[in-house]
Design a protein around this ligand. Sequence first.
Ligand code: SF4
Length: 634
Amino acid sequence: MGRVLAVDLSSGEIRDYPWSDEEYRTWLGGKAMAARILADILPTDAGPLEPGNVLVISTGPLTGTGAPSSSRFSVAARSPLTGLPATSNCGGSFGTHLKRAGYDALIVTGAAAQPVWLEIAEEGVTVHDAKDVWGLRTTAAQDALRKGVGKRCGTIVAGPAGENLVAYACLLSDDRAAGRAGMGAVFGSKNLKGIAAWGTRRTPVAEPERYSKHIKEWSAALKAHPIAGGSLPRLGTAGFLKPMQDLGIVATRNFKHGRFDGAGQIDGEALAARRLVDTAGCTSCPIRCGRVVELDGRRIKGPELETLVLLGANLDNPDLDRIIEWNEILDELGLDTMSTGGTISFAMEAAERGLWDNGLEFGRTDGLAATFEDIAYRRGLGDELADGSRALAERYGGADFAMNVKGLEIAAYEPRRAVGQGLGYAVANRGGCHLGGGYGVALEGLALRMDGRSPKGKAALVVLFQDLMEAISSAGSCLFTTLGVLPGSLVATPKSAWGRSAAILFRHAAVVLRLMRIAPRGLLRIPMPLIPHIRAIELATGERYGFGGFWAVGERAYNLERALQARFGVDSSADTLPERLTREQEPDGGGRGAVPLESLKRDYYRQRGWSKNGLPDDALMSRLGTGGRKSRAR
Ligand code: SF4
């Protein structure tokens, strides 16, 4: 079944990495597969930027099969930003082409003596000299790799920020980013500018006719869904900004506030009215949430919600064109727009409070484009900003308003009125991530109207959605397909009696979780038309998963990631939020603003079956079947 390629850049050794059919069945691919491989071979004594760090790029069983929104792939390694194993997800075409070359995953270890780029093809792997590519920005670098290959291929590259080891440097594949946790710097540390993959192999599908019928129906269901087929294609992720503003959960002025006076100038409607000229999408995606905008007579990629908020509201900046311009610059430099925004907003507040005289100021946008360049090339102030908000707080003080968790800057949702999302940020394996945190905010206002301030039922919901999203991601599917799990009629009318009843039902997610644990075999037989991924995987692989088996992949992988994090010192003390969110009342929050984190965490650990210290024990790991090989020759 799955084939995994291992390249050691230090020794030049290229070989197949053993990956059995049983491992393929147990871990599927993507995030789960990466967790298994890292758990098996990532040494704890090698720093994130040392040759010993292990980089894994993994696709899922649906990648390259034409399944809707399922061309995603994962990039995992020990993160230079958090110091912990982390995964970043990407929607470019690289994953599909890696599969066409005959591989489900790629492992890169060691570091090349000189800059190189890799060409992966069915005939073999070529290590190319990258002296002419090193230093290029991401579009030019991808063009150079395509030219070097001379055939249609998928590419993934680091920009100047990765070469200069910026802690939150990202990778670009086409115009999609593996944005989070500094995977670009891991490339840079290995002297690896990029990878191109090409081939002609078709991903085998066990039952092609039934598969084709199923993915057509799945695609039609996504198109009929009010979010996946409505607001996302029409407004992109930027369409979430308006409901966020209504709910008071827009990260504003370094998360000091939840509403931004200029929201109407940067939201999805404003983007559509002023700059949108087309939509764009990852391979095989009918949703096409990507934006194509026109600025200064050029058609370029438009910003997503996270970028609009973290470089807009969070910097007190209502200038849409500036954000579009910055979005392009940051992609070209290979910098994560989210961590860049979170780091700059910290620096602005540190300056405002007199902790650090750095010349940055909320609402002042002139000169910031030059600052981004300085970050990518580690010049002057940029050299300091390149380390992220946690490192800056250690240097200058202000940890209470350094808006990161485990070192990863928090996403765009201000969680004091969405406490489930707040819990998610605190416990997410990779740090302050809305998706790794279970995307509770989707139920707390974006799609459903659960009471965002109430902690009731939130811990169990976070567990359920973390595991579900882990499984969906491991299949190779985009996490936006998770929204299809919520019935369209419910999402379209969240304030109706049916919507309100569902919100109440979700408060009892703990009961569902308990039932699933008690009777997983029974659940294997429950048909889940709202989670079409399961049927697709079964038809593609010929293996029977059922809901219970699919969900188990997510639960197993999530726990393995946590156990892996524990090897690097993570326990409950790492599951924190900046004090701004747990102690500071939001000014217009009516005195009920803070996230009750400690009680939520206790409930979360209980629902997970973890110890009070937030760790899974051997019995749980054994029940989940997380066992791997003790060691593998690298
Ligand atoms: S919904 Fe958006 S991010 Fe997801 S696969 Fe489609 S275009 Fe890519």
